[in-house]
Design a protein around this ligand. Structure first.
Ligand SMILES: Cc1ncc(COP(=O)(O)O)c(C=O)c1O
Length: 390
């Protein structure tokens, strides 16, 4: 062992200078006691903020009772949770995972096993979109191409076409097409919402050609768009969907959701996960969704998100630095003239944590529980920062 290294962690994230020691609602506190308003939420994860008292209580209670049994044994709470998810979405079957990319991987297996179970052995290809981000496993890298350099050979069977372009998509569909996989709002790709008409047309194409419509709502799901799932803004339902991030408000959890028909091939022995949907994760997940499906919750999220949007749109007119405000709900992007990483560093220095995204975007993903005063504070910091650059 080399005793002289400064870190024993693989440096895949580069240098990280800030260390947080406490989280409270919409705030994070670092080890120097500096308080930050958190509009990055650990990459769009802490949907109900940090250490939500109901979640803390439930997790503590569960931690004292039972942590892990594996999926070899029945878990009635897991069953109850899956039922709540199904009752509040298009889905009829759930597979629990620990992360977003595992839900994507599961969805890809749902797709391939569906066609295999129908003895349709040609249908293997999955069409994906330029700018997509689906995660870091080999299937996700193969689907999105992004971040795949040096990891070749990638998996075959993925075809990428431009986002929001129905003509080119149609030209790429053939008898080998098994699924179309898309993020309703591209997050990492630059906070770009898919046109709702485009999504509805994909739905039709899928019906006509026995293709599964696979949504990646890992980032856009669980209230981020102002509805529980962002597909609810349009007039269609998918066949398969991957979700994660906001589902556990910070506890590692994900889910692949599917119709019974689409999940027909996921029979005994086809898939598994040692930890997926373990008692701790389920205990938190149940409380998160109970809060989110309370009838007033999403109405409030939508209302607050619209307020934030209109205020940012005013900034767009006031500040030359802003090229565009984009996105939906509480997944918003500010496209800036100057380098987004430098602006993000300034925002951090001024006490507002945000994210970045492709296309020189500052990405904002506040906790859904944020209140008007906290939004106003964030707006003040953004204004101050933009003035510093101007
Ligand atoms: C749309 C989308 N899909 C998949 C993933 C992968 O999720 P995870 O990092 O939990 O594996 C992410 C992560 O940022 C994402 O934004």
């Amino acid at each position: 062992m080399n005793q002289n290294v400064s870190s024993y962690i693989m440096p895949t994230y580069g240098e990280r200078s800030i260390e947080f020691v406490k989280g409270e609602g919409c705030y994070l506190i670092d080890k120097n006691n500096k308080k930050y308003l958190d509009f990055g939420t650990g990459i769009a994860v802490n949907s109900l903020g940090h250490c939500h008292p109901i979640l803390v209580k439930k997790l503590q209670k569960q931690a004292a009772k039972l942590w892990h049994t594996s999926n070899l044994y029945y878990n009635s709470e897991q069953e109850e949770y899956a039922k709540i998810l199904c009752n509040n979405s298009f889905a009829e079957k759930i597979f629990f995972t620990n992360s977003g990319v595992e839900a994507i991987e599961t969805g890809i297996k749902v797709v391939r096993s569906y066609h295999y179970s129908k003895k349709n052995l040609k249908k293997k290809n999955i069409i994906t979109f330029e700018g997509a981000f689906h995660g870091r496993t080999f299937a996700a890298l193969s689907a999105q191409k992004k971040y795949s350099e040096g990891f070749e050979p990638l998996l075959p069977g993925f075809i990428q076409v431009p986002f929001n372009n129905i003509e080119i998509l149609e030209k790429n569909i053939d008898q080998n097409t098994a699924a179309i996989m898309i993020e309703p709002i591209q997050g990492e790709g630059g906070v770009i919402a898919a046109d709702l008409i485009f999504l509805e047309k994909i739905r039709k194409i899928c019906y006509q050609n026995d293709i599964l419509f696979f949504l990646d709502e890992v980032q856009s799901g669980f209230g981020r768009s102002g509805k529980l799932f962002s597909y609810e803004w349009a007039n269609f339902e998918p066949d398969v969907m991957a979700t994660a991030k906001g589902i556990g408000s910070g506890f590692p959890l994900g889910a692949c959701m599917a119709t019974e028909k689409a999940a027909a091939g996921m029979i005994k022995g086809t898939h598994g996960s040692t930890f997926g949907g373990n008692p701790l994760a389920i205990s938190v997940g149940i409380e998160v969704i109970k809060i989110m499906i309370d009838k007033n919750f999403m109405i409030q999220v939508d209302k607050k998100a619209r307020y934030f949007w209109y205020k940012l749109k005013e900034f767009e007119k006031q500040f030359d630095e802003i090229i565009e405000i984009r996105g939906a709900g509480f997944l918003l992007g500010i496209k800036t003239k100057n380098n987004n990483i430098e602006i993000n560093n300034l925002l951090t220095k001024n006490g507002l944590l945000c994210l970045i995204a492709s296309d020189n975007i500052i990405r904002l993903a506040p906790p859904l529980i944020v209140n008007k005063n906290e939004i106003d504070s964030a707006l003040q910091i953004i204004k101050k920062t933009l003035k510093e650059i101007d």
